[in-house]
Design a protein around this ligand. Structure first.
Ligand code: MG
Length: 256
């Protein structure tokens, strides 16, 4: 079901987005060579408790997950690109780390993700991250009334294709509101002028994720972490946005 949010509700969603942004900044800044992924999860969990917020992940158990997630943040390293289950792993020099975090504050959800390189970066990893950020910006720019969902998808796909990358459309953007995942689905590739018309009050996450060498993934034996089929690295960028009469508004914007 598609729900349209009032300006007052969008302000509530922005409060959740500010918190999600702060947690991503804190975990990003804490990520360094020698830091364990479980420490990043603990940091995010401490911030959830201090805020009186609620994790969207810890009890999450959809059909594609092997068991309830049990952690509060996704940490995907190198060939892991989505849904990385935090585990006992110490970050190494040059690791490409994607952090994906969603939480509910006052009953409203926000969902956002970023990717970084820990320690000494490889140029190709920085380029891959920049591509997902550029695709996210292009998708957000297309999230205007008068456009359709397909215009967002096409804008994201164009950035990937121009760089010679294929796009996996198994997982993409989604409606965000009282819960983390709702309608509409926002694929990371598609045809312009197709799909649902965009109306003021729509709130959804846009989340391009690309892998350097493939568009195929497989599920790690942990039942959650999605890895590239060929071992190439992946990156992921995500914001929750609102479509308004005045254009797209990024609800999960970060100070840095
Ligand atoms: Mg997310």
């Amino acid at each position: 079901m598609i729900e349209l949010r009032t300006p007052a509700e969008i302000e509530q969603l922005r409060v959740a987005g500010e918190f999600v942004g702060r947690v991503l900044e804190a975990t990003r800044d804490a990520a360094a060579v020698g830091v364990n992924l479980l420490e990043l999860d603990a940091l995010a969990h401490d911030m959830i408790r201090a805020e009186g917020a609620e994790s969207c992940y810890i009890d999450y158990h959809p059909s594609f997950g092997g068991s309830p997630f049990g952690k509060v943040i996704c940490t995907s390293v190198n060939d892991a690109v989505l849904h990385g289950l935090p585990h006992d792993y110490v970050l190494q020099d040059g690791d490409l780390l994607s952090l994906d975090f969603a939480a509910s504050v006052g009953g409203w959800v926000s969902d956002s993700a970023l990717s970084i390189v820990v320690g000494t970066p490889r140029a190709e990893d920085l380029e891959l991250i920049a591509l997902t950020e550029r695709a996210l910006d292009a998708g957000i720019a297309a999230a205007v009334t008068g456009n359709r969902i397909g215009d967002i998808s096409a804008a994201i796909g164009e950035v990937a294709h121009a760089a010679g990358l294929r796009v996996n459309t198994d997982f993409g953007g989604h409606g965000v509101g009282r819960v983390m995942h709702g309608d509409p689905h926002v694929p990371n590739n598609g045809r312009a002028r197709r799909g649902m018309p965009l109306r003021a009050g729509l709130v959804f996450a846009i989340e391009p994720w690309f892998m350097l060498g493939t568009d195929e993934i497989y599920t790690d034996p942990d039942g959650w972490t999605l890895r590239s089929a060929d071992g190439s690295r992946g990156a992921h960028s995500e914001h929750t946005i609102a479509v308004t009469e005045d254009g797209p508004v990024v609800l999960s914007a970060r100070a840095s």
